[in-house]
Design a protein around this ligand. Structure first.
Ligand SMILES: *Cc1c(COP(=O)(O)O)cnc(C)c1O
Length: 398
């Protein structure tokens, strides 16, 4: 019997918190003839998110984190809105170049890269690189001479649903060493970056990171006589999952205050944000079908609901039940407490068992189920053909 850590009342939700009825009806009609499961992406939502962030942080340059949703039409929309792009591999770079995005609008933000890939980025015209180690910096200096580099700070990711901590970034002590080395190598030490953790619920996490960044700006100016010019505040802005967060406008208010505190007399020439989840998350709805509804024993309290979508078809962020997608079952009647699982022959393909999702009693095999806020980190995480299931198909809502 699984253990319950959350009361079911916490996971009741109202459809209107996630979607207007009119838009929901449009999406249902659009998906009516599609093979399931599929992801439907509404570009109007992404346009709105971009404009909202631009308005909330008018001084910031937006580098969209391509990995969140690399659909061609998503990237083309952001291209036309004037966004820049943060990429992690030569494949993402090729895609952006194919879409006519110029290399000046692209940063190579992955700190884990092969020398031949750095050379490839350089050859294609990219001149902005993230780094967090001496070996990587050496590689950039060999393969991308004279480029601008920014130094990623280690953060703890506390307060984030999907932390991204530990693997990336380095301690301020090492940043100082890297800045000195960059000068020696003839690179341009350009700025400091951090990522506060994805779906970061605590705006205070930007405060501590910006404090460190501000201190580094000062100490690097005093001790190394280098004027850094850029602060990159990463992603971390929220999408609308089951547990509510502050609005992007409220995040922006806090962040402006922290910037003022940390950069009083040394305001950076450029401020960058790299939103992925907050740009794309709310734009997507996965339309799924109930494959089976069953109990494991005669008296079991929980009903198992098997969907045609699971951890291997895009919902990997349910690992540890970290991301709690709003799941909408149609039907009526008493609420049934469920354990929700995917369709594959892997026993880790269970979406939620600790946190109870409720399903109306009338729900039955073959019914459609709608999983909201699945526009980010879903299709790009979908496995190739585990158990023969193809990666989840995505459609742009027309
Ligand atoms: C993944 C990633 C982002 C996007 O983060 P979100 O929390 O999805 O907005 C931004 N910057 C870097 C370097 C990343 O790796």
């Amino acid at each position: 019997m699984p253990t319950r850590s959350v009361s079911i009342e916490d996971y009741n939700f109202h459809l209107e918190d996630f979607i207007a009825e009119e838009r929901f009806n449009r999406i249902k009609a659009f998906a009516a003839d599609k093979a399931l499961p599929c992801l439907v992406i509404d570009l109007d939502v992404i346009r709105g998110k971009y404009q909202e962030l631009k308005k909330s942080l008018p001084f910031a340059t937006i580098y969209y984190a391509v990995k969140a949703n690399p659909h061609d039409e998503v990237l083309a929309l952001l291209r036309d809105l004037g966004s820049c792009f943060d990429v992690a591999s030569r494949y993402e770079l090729d895609q952006l170049l194919r879409l006519g995005i110029s290399p000046e609008r692209i940063s190579y933000g992955n700190t884990i890269k092969k020398a031949k890939d750095v050379a490839y980025f350089y050859e294609k015209g990219v001149r902005l690189y993230a780094t967090d180690s001496m070996t990587d910096l050496n590689m950039i200096s060999d393969a991308a001479p004279g480029s601008r580099v920014f130094f990623r700070l280690l953060t703890e990711g506390l307060g984030a649903d999907w932390p991204l901590s530990k693997k990336f970034g380095c301690h301020p002590d090492l940043v100082r060493q890297l800045v000195k080395a960059a000068v020696r190598f003839g690179l341009v030490p350009y700025g400091i970056s951090f990522h506060p953790g994805s779906q970061q619920r605590d705006v205070g996490q930007w405060s501590s990171a910006l404090t460190s960044a501000g201190q580094l700006f000062h100490s690097i100016r005093e001790e190394i006589h280098v004027e850094l010019k850029m602060v990159n505040m990463g992603g971390g802005f929220p999408a609308n999952y089951l547990e509510p967060t502050d609005s992007v406008a409220e995040y922006a208010e806090g962040i402006k205050r922290f910037l003022d505190n940390s950069f009083k007399d040394l305001w950076p020439e450029q401020i960058i944000v790299e939103p992925g989840r907050s740009m794309a998350g709310d734009s997507g709805i996965i339309v799924s079908e109930i494959v089976n509804i069953a109990k494991k024993s005669v008296h079991e309290r929980y009903t198992w609901v098997f969907l045609d979508v699971g951890k291997f078809s895009g919902l990997i962020e349910t690992l540890g039940e970290a991301i709690k997608y709003p799941i909408y079952f149609e039907g009526s009647g008493q609420a049934v407490e469920t354990i929700i699982a995917g369709p594959t022959c892997d026993s880790m393909d269970i979406l939620y068992e600790k946190c109870t999702y409720k399903m109306p009693r009338s729900a039955k095999i073959g019914d459609r189920v709608y999983i909201f806020t699945t526009g980010a980190y879903t299709q790009s995480y979908s496995s190739v053909c585990f158990n023969g299931f193809p990666p989840i198909a995505a459609y742009i809502l027309k």
